[in-house]
Design a protein around this ligand. Structure first.
Ligand SMILES: *Cc1c(COP(=O)(O)O)cnc(C)c1O
Length: 397
């Protein structure tokens, strides 16, 4: 791994023609320590947010010992990366029977989620009616407080949960209930409301529950999306959990993806063409900017020039490098008005669902990764809050 002191240094000394992913292991380690110390239960890293082996090792070294995996490839990846030392929880409610069997028999996975009787039967068949399973029933909850809904695909409805919880209780060594409030949940209320759904389901089914898993959804910080401090989320969850009718020894889990990985990566791109306020840059929708293109996510940006621009900030949109019209990120991305061809831009907070989404479409891809020592463009964990160059206009409350 190449190392460099800063994003600015990468741009000015290396002058890369292709996009470069910057990684900040210390930022990820700090996020992990925060969850380990402050979340009132166990934190599982949701690997899909960013499956980089370096990140997985960094999180493990910082105290994250449990991983939420959703495919057999993620099971193998974490098992191999951490040489079998981590505990893997297979939290996709719809799995291939072969994947369950391999996870159970070859990788020691004992924790699985499900949201139907069919899936429960599949798990029992694939594990040879194992008696040492931790089975988590996924409830459908509202995504109304979240920027990205996860409410329509998975989760048992209230009317279905009694039978499912009772059947799963019979089969499981430990019974869990899990949910996901949607990604980038902007209010702790999302968790309080979901925990009320859990309470109703427990009371209705009258089962003993051993694990409450509040899923992911913890926010990071982006322009126009500045959440309250994560402690507020933890407090709301703790209060809700303490009031649930669960066994005294029950455990509280969460599965952060975004919150543990967003600050880990950014990308340095070059401007290849300027047309008014449209910049043609070297990365895009088929690279690390999928969310910027497809759901209009606004990532923070900074102009990387040796001599800082004095120009006013202006809103720009981006075109990615492929020949496809859809390779377009509307932004607006705020940059000094004199940005020009040949300038370098850092696009920040791409550690979650950014760097992980890169494809090779149209021949534009780049493996180049450099470790840097400067602060991420924004942070929910840094104290004091990092102050970066102009063009990066995130205010932290
Ligand atoms: C995607 C996902 C997560 C992580 O969600 P974030 O919003 O990134 O925290 C956690 N659990 C499950 C089951 C998921 O599908």
């Amino acid at each position: 791994m190449h190392k460099h002191p800063s994003a600015l240094g990468v741009a000015t000394t290396l002058k890369p023609a292709a996009p470069v992913t910057l990684i900040r292991p210390e930022a990820a380690a700090r996020a992990a320590r925060f969850f380990v110390e402050k979340f009132p239960g166990r934190s599982l890293y949701a690997v899909k947010a960013n499956p980089s082996p370096d990140l997985i090792r960094t999180l493990f070294a910082s105290g994250i010992t449990h991983f939420d995996v959703a495919s057999i490839a993620e099971v193998r990846l974490v098992a191999e990366t951490l040489e079998g030392q981590a505990k893997l929880c297979f939290m996709h409610p719809v799995k291939a029977e072969e994947a369950i069997a391999e996870a159970y028999h070859s990788h020691g996975v004992r924790t699985f989620s499900l949201d139907t009787i069919d899936e429960l039967e599949k798990i029992m068949r694939a594990t040879g009616d194992a008696t040492d399973l931790e089975l988590c029933v996924r409830l459908r909850v509202s995504s109304e407080h979240s920027e990205l809904s996860l409410a329509s695909k998975f989760g048992a409805e209230l009317g279905e949960t009694r039978e499912l919880l009772m059947a799963t209780r019979q089969a499981a060594d430990a019974l869990g209930i899990c949910f996901h409030v949607g990604s980038q949940a902007m209010s702790p209320q999302a968790y309080s409301d979901a925990i009320e759904r859990v309470r109703a389901a427990i009371v209705d089914a009258a089962v003993t529950v051993d694990i409450i898993d509040v899923g992911g959804g913890f926010p990071s910080i982006y322009p126009g999306m500045e959440p309250v401090a994560l402690e507020n989320y933890f407090e709301a969850i703790h209060r809700g959990f303490e009031s649930l009718p669960v066994s005294y020894s029950s455990e509280l889990w969460c599965e952060p993806g975004r919150a543990l990985s967003a600050e880990y990566s950014s990308v340095v791109v070059r401007v290849e063409r300027r047309r008014g306020t449209e910049l043609y840059i070297t990365d895009g929708a088929y690279g690390a900017l999928f969310d910027a293109a497809h759901i209009g996510w606004r990532f923070p940006v900074a102009l990387l020039r040796e001599d800082e621009s004095e120009a006013e900030l202006e809103g720009f949109s981006f075109y990615g490098p492929t020949c496809d019209d859809m390779d377009h990120m509307v932004g607006p991305f705020m940059l000094p008005a004199d940005v020009k061809v040949g300038d370098y831009i850092e696009i920040g907070m791409l550690g979650a669902y950014g760097a992980a989404m890169r494809t090779g479409f149209n021949g534009f891809t780049s493996e180049a990764t450099i470790e840097v020592e400067d602060e991420p463009m924004a942070s929910l964990y840094a104290e004091p809050v990092p102050v970066r160059r102009r063009g990066n206009v995130i205010k932290l409350g």
